[in-house]
Design a protein around this ligand. Structure first.
Ligand code: PLP
Length: 480
């Protein structure tokens, strides 16, 4: 509350969002309604907890604290120090790490900045690195470039070379990586991916890295929540550095972390290198509200119920995979070990963009994705689906089967729409999908599906929101 003497120019500091900025409040309300009335299947997304959002929205956002606990460039950091020490402790606990052997920096603003800081710590400008190629499931920050352009800092400031998946199995081609590494002589090998439905052989990767004298780094952004639950192989057994985002399967706020080994001759100075790389090399002041939210999320990871959540995410992904395969659809690698699946739409004569569009109109959020052997990166032949967010809305195997059925119907409608469009152009496909036309049935079928998805989605809670008292906000627009 303001005081009686608060001047006019400061009164604004005490007013709630809805009162002081109804425009932004309305956008927030529309986004809440979109999340409530739709199904989130984007594999990199999840729904964080109410407590995490409270910490993220806290007054800690006000504080500058460049540096590390007990070594700051600003005063007044006694509680911020306590927070960062607590967050680091919880991060190590979440992954069962011995603080004598591993350390962690919890200041990265996101996964991409964490990765660039890790590269800055491990190798010199223009050194060579290898990562899984983007079209094979790797991430932009693992060295991605095209024939015409170095796309990210990881290929602009370093020489990068991709390794690949084997065309017939679609599994990582470890033999190929070993052979290429022998010639390319990378100083760093990065494993981990954004669109790879199988687990990693870290022992094999370590052997390859060791042979060539390279560092081994795992980017577990997608799977960190499942690794913390010990549901997937443990990269910490073999890697020198492990980076992650905190907002995917780990279910925290948007941020990143870098874990570094520190107990061997080779790794004894990694702590300083990583810390110096995060600040001052790549970032400024840490976002303390976010670090508080990461700490809160990590506390949940150490709770005994975490493992049940992780098991359910995986079981849901397997159910989604098996139900789609029962319908005769082709999935890359024929299933999944983790939270995501890659669906190859090419045998159906459909593109990822078209199915993504139809799903969007229905209120199911997914993303188009390259599948192995795609001839054009511009027209991906598949879609990527993940089950973390729907698991966080309480859905289990039977509900996932209902979702798989919606997706099956989305494919059938897409085929109808493609026919009704009369050609293969996306713009004509979108036109027939979104407008009523004499003698055409596809649009009506999409509308019907939207009604059913909406009714289904509104049965489930949404963390952080009292959905049972929610009303559709002004200005919310269905796409149809
Ligand atoms: N690493 C991997 C494997 C990712 O999938 C992603 C994001 O999707 C990132 C890093 C980047 O994370 P952010 O978007 O937080 O920068």
């Amino acid at each position: 509350m303001a005081s009686a003497n608060t001047p006019d120019y400061n009164k604004v500091l005490y007013a709630p969002l809805a009162e002081i900025d109804p425009e932004v409040q309305n956008i927030v309300d529309k986004e809440i309604w979109r999340q409530f009335t739709g199904l989130e299947l984007i594999a990199s997304e999840n729904l964080t907890s109410r407590a995490t959002m409270e910490a993220n929205g806290s007054i800690l956002t006000n504080k500058y604290s460049e540096g590390l606990p007990s070594a700051r460039y600003y005063g007044g950091n006694e509680y911020i120090d306590e927070l960062e020490v607590l967050c680091r402790k919880r991060a190590l606990e979440a992954f069962n790490l011995d603080p004598a052997k591993w350390g962690v920096n919890v200041q990265p603003y996101s996964g991409s900045t964490a990765n660039f800081a890790a590269l800055t710590a491990l190798i010199q400008p223009n050194d060579r690195l290898m990562g899984l190629g983007l079209p094979d499931g790797g991430h932009l920050t693992h060295g991605y470039y095209t024939a015409k352009k170095k796309m990210t800092a990881s290929s602009i400031y370093f020489q990068s070379f991709p390794y690949a998946i084997t065309p017939d199995t679609n599994l990582v081609d470890y033999d190929g990586l070993a052979a290429q590494a022998k010639i390319f002589k990378p100083r760093l090998i990065i494993c981990g991916a954004s669109a790879y439905p199988r687990d990693w052989d870290y022992a094999r990767l370590k052997a390859i890295a060791e042979k060539e004298g390279a560092w081994l780094m795992a980017d577990i952004a997608h799977t960190s929540g499942l690794i913390a639950a010990q549901e997937l192989n443990n990269p910490f057994e073999y890697c020198d550095v492990v980076s992650t985002t905190t907002h995917k399967t780990l279910r925290g706020p948007r941020a990143g972390m870098i874990f570094f080994k520190k107990d061997t001759e080779a790794t004894k100075d990694l702590e300083k290198r990583v810390n110096d790389a995060v600040f001052p090399a790549c970032q400024g002041g840490p976002h303390n509200n976010t670090i508080a939210a990461v700490a809160t999320a990590l506390r949940q990871v150490s709770d005994p119920t975490w493992r049940s959540y992780a098991k359910q995410v995986i079981s849901n992904a397997r159910t989604l995979a098996s139900t789609l395969m029962e319908h005769g659809y082709k999935l890359q690698t024929g299933g999944t070990d983790n939270h995501l699946i890659l669906w190859d739409l090419r045998p159906l004569g459909l593109t990822g963009s078209k199915v993504e569009k139809v799903c969007d109109l229905m209120g199911i959020t997914i993303n188009k994705n390259a599948v192995s052997g795609d001839s054009s990166a511009q027209v991906p032949g598949g879609i990527r689906l993940g089950t973390a967010a729907v698991t966080s809305r309480d859905m289990k195997e039977e509900d996932i089967k209902a979702i798989a059925n919606f997706l099956h119907r989305a494919i059938q409608v897409s085929l109808v729409l493609q026919k009704e469009a009369g050609n293969k152009l996306l713009k004509d496909f979108v036109r027939v999908a979104t407008t009523e036309q004499e003698g055409k049935v596809g649009h009506g079928q999409v509308k019907q599906l939207r009604r059913e998805v909406r009714e289904f989605a509104m049965k489930w809670p949404l963390p952080g929101v009292d959905v049972w008292n929610l009303k559709e906000p002004a200005g919310f627009m269905e796409h149809l």
